[in-house]
Design a protein around this ligand. Sequence first.
Ligand code: ACO
Length: 462
Amino acid sequence: MAQEQKNVVTLPARAVDKNSVTMTDNRTGQSYEFPILDGTEGPSLIDISKMYAKTGMFTYDPGFTSTGSCQSGITFIDGEKGILLHRGYPIEQLVAEASYLDVCYLLLHGELPAQIEKREFEKSITMHTMLHEQLTSFYRGFKRSAHPMAVMVGVVGALSAFYHEDTDIHDPLQRMIAAHRLIAKMPTIGAFAFKYSLGQPFMYPKNELSYAENLLRMMFAVPTEDYEINPIFARAVDRILILHADHEQNASTSTVRLAGSSGANPFACVASGIASLWGPAHGGANEAVLNMLGDIGDKRNIPKFIARAKDKNDNFRLMGFGHRVYKNFDPRAKVMKETCHEVLNELGIKDPVLPIALELERIALEDEYFIEKKLYPNVDFYSGIILRALGFPTQMFTVLFAIARTTGWVAHWKEMFTGDDSHRIGRPRQLYIGPKKRNFKRVENRKKSMPDWLKMWGGRNG
Ligand code: ACO
C-alpha cells in the first residue's frame, strides 16, 4: 500500500440494502460499521455517535459543514434547489398567505393554527408584550450610543433574572409561557432600545394592534402625537419577520441549542443567540450591506469593490452575497427583492442605494468568480433597503432579525425537550495541536518567547 494512503479512512459507497456504512482504517485494515439515518427529506446521515467508542477516533469538521447536530422536524432547506420549508410548507406560500404569528404557531406546534387556536395564541402573545417596569430602568445603565444589539443581549439576558424561579424547564406549561413571553416581549425590548438611543420616552405596547403594527408604533410613535400605521409598512414588516423566523441549525440557533443543552434558563439561552446573530457573517449582514452600499456610493465604483471582494489579500467580502447552505439561490432573497420593489414603488421612494444594489447584483451574478463559487444574493441583500425605506435606522436592522428569529430559537429550544430523544449536553471534541505535556518553569528560568504581541493575537503584520 502506498505510503500516502496509509493515513486515511476510506468510506465505501453507501450500502443501501444494509442501511449502514463500513469504514476501513487503512493503517490497521480494521473495518467499522455505522448506521445510516434517513430523514423525511434531504441527505441521509451517517450515525457516528458510537465512533469514538468503536474506533478511538473523533471526526473532524470545522464549521460543521458535514455534521448534523440533532434531529429536527421544524425546517427543511435544500440549498441546491433553493427550497425552504417550515413544517413542510414552502416559505413562498407562508409569506403570501400567513401572518408572522401564524408562522410562530406553526414553528412551535407543528401545524398552522385553527381559528380558535389562532385567537388564543394571538391573545396570549398580546398579553405578554409588556415588560416588567423594573426592567425598563435597566436600559438607563447603557450609553445612549450603545449598539442596540448590545442592549438586546443585556436586556434579554436580564429577563432570566426576572423569570428564573417560575421557569422550570421540565414543566411543559412553564416552557410554553417562557416561549410566549420571549416572542411577545422582543418587539418591546427592541423598540425600547431604539427609543433609549434617541432619548425619547418608551412607547408601551397596545393590545388592539397586530404584532407588526405594535412594533412600528413602539418604534416610531411619540406620546405627543397620534400615530397612523401605514398598512403597507405593517405588511412589509410582517413579511420580513416571516422570512427571518427560522432557518434550521444556523449559527445563532445552534448557539441557543448548545446553551440550552446544559439546562440553562431559556431567556439566557436566547441572549446567547442574539450575541451570535450580531456578527456580520450572520444577522449583522443586512446592516453591513447598507454600510457597503454607502461606501460604494456610486455605480461607477462597483468594479473596484468587486475586485476587492475577489482579492485573496483583502478581507473585504461582498456583504449580502453567499450562504453556507444555498448554492443556487436563496428563496427568501427572491421574495425580499419583490417586497423591496413593492414597498419602494408604493411609497414612491427613490433610494439612491437601490440602483447601486441592483447594478452590484447584476455585475456579481455575471462574474466568473461569483458564478464559480456559487455566491448569490442572500436574504440580507434586500432586507436592509426595505428596512431603510420603512424608516428603521441601520443599527436596528439586526434587531428586527433577532425579533423574528426568536420564534425559531424557542421552537428549537422546545424541540430539544419534546422531539429529540437523543438530546444530551452539547460537547464537541477537538484535534489538539498544542504542546505535549511539559514541566512548569519558574519565572527566572523562562526565556522571552513572544516578542510580537500582534502576531500572538493573529495579526498579519507581525
Ligand atoms: N464575497 C466574496 N467572496 C466570498 C463571499 C463574499 N460575500 N462569500 C464567500 N466568498 C468566497 C470565500 O472567500 C471562499 O473563497 P475560497 O474558496 O477561495 O477560499 C469561498 O467563497 C467560500 O466561502 P466560505 O467563507 O468558505 O463560505 P461559508 O459557507 O463558510 O460562508 C458566508 C458563508 C459566511 C455567508 C459567506 O458567504 C459570507 O461571509 N458572506 C458575506 C456575509 C453575509 O452576507 N452573511 C449573511 C449570511 S445569510 C444570514 O445569516 C441570514
